[in-house]
Design a protein around this ligand. Structure first.
Ligand code: NCD
Length: 308
């Protein structure tokens, strides 16, 4: 039986494949017309068991821009999930209706389970607080576009490093690309899980990870500042969320002494972690980042469907 390639976590791709996807995504960005027919006749199913704006629409847009079609749902209550159908049955059936599927699910591991029962490539569009590999590809194409290289940067993550799946996937992946230093800025309660930190240091003993409480302590040295939303939906009680929700608010003042070529990223949606006044700062690239997500997802769809 031929093996089907899935993207469940970033480690499913080699460094070379990641660089090729980023390069292909940038070529699609510059020459979209060359790709407008690449997936003619193909169908993408988007299966979203959790809310999404960017991931769902950028995947749909990516497939449509490749000349393909899309089916799917953004609300599982409108499907047989509501009647009690298992995820594995759903995916077996969807495999007959589409050529490739992207799935977002609140349960960690759901896309992996689905991939074991699927007859088509499955892409993880975010599983609980676990992983979000296509956001990582989006982040990497953005870094490549604005910083020229994926390597040798000082990268700071700020906000919810405990539950933020975008952080988990990106830090794991950037560890593979000679990152000069990671700086983790979070309240004590939302620190990067120590198991993940240990795992990274074990695999890459020369990795430098510094943990600080305040951006102001480190702002002058950062090349890439990756801000995140406090992940309200992952908290067990509302009180804890309320206590932490305004931990960090980036404003003009807080980046005054930052490097002129630092870039400010955010996977979006933002709630109030970045003041609107920052949007017109030339270092703010988060809306361009969301835009690049379409091109790198076009590249990924082409790769998994083995389109030349
Ligand atoms: C992120 C997610 O869903 O994890 N959003 C996204 O896909 N761009 C970030 C978030 O929800 O905070």
């Amino acid at each position: 039986m031929e093996t089907i390639r899935h993207l469940i976590e970033p480690s499913n791709l080699t460094n070379q494949e990641i660089e090729q996807l980023v390069a292909l995504g940038l070529d699609i960005y510059q020459n979209p017309k060359n790709y407008a027919e690449k997936c003619r006749g193909k169908i993408l199913a988007s299966l979203f068991y959790e809310p999404s704006t960017r991931t769902k629409f950028s995947f749909d847009s990516a497939m449509l821009r490749l000349g393909g079609n899309t089916i799917g749902f953004a609300d599982p209550d409108s499907t047989s999930d509501k009647k009690g159908e298992s995820l594995t049955d759903t995916i077996r059936v969807i495999s007959n209706y589409a050529d490739i599927a992207v799935m977002r699910h609140p349960k960690e591991g759901a896309p992996l389970l689905a991939s074991k029962h699927a007859g088509i490539p499955i892409i993880n569009g975010g599983d609980g607080g676990h992983q979000h590999p296509t956001q990582t590809l989006t982040d990497l194409i953005t870094i490549k576009r604005f910083k020229g290289s994926l390597e040798n940067h000082i990268v700071a993550f700020q906000g919810d490093l405990k539950y933020g799946r975008t952080v988990h996937s990106l830090i794991k992946t950037l560890s593979r690309f000679n990152t000069k230093k990671f700086i983790l800025i979070s309240p004590e309660e939302l620190k990067l899980p120590s198991s993940l930190k240990r795992q990274l240091l074990k695999k890459y003993p020369s990795l430098v990870i510094e943990e600080v409480r305040h951006l102001s302590d480190v702002v002058t040295e950062i090349d890439i500042l990756y801000c995140t939303r406090i992940q309200k939906e992952r908290f067990f009680n509302e009180e804890d969320y309320i206590k932490l929700k305004n931990s960090y608010i980036l404003n003009k003042k807080s980046i005054k002494s930052a490097k002129a070529d630092m870039i400010i990223m955010h996977p979006l949606p933002r709630v109030n972690e970045i003041a609107y006044e920052v949007d017109d700062d030339s270092r703010a690239v988060y809306f361009e980042q969301a835009k690049m997500g379409v091109y790198v997802r076009m590249a990924l769809i082409m790769k998994l469907l083995e389109v030349e």
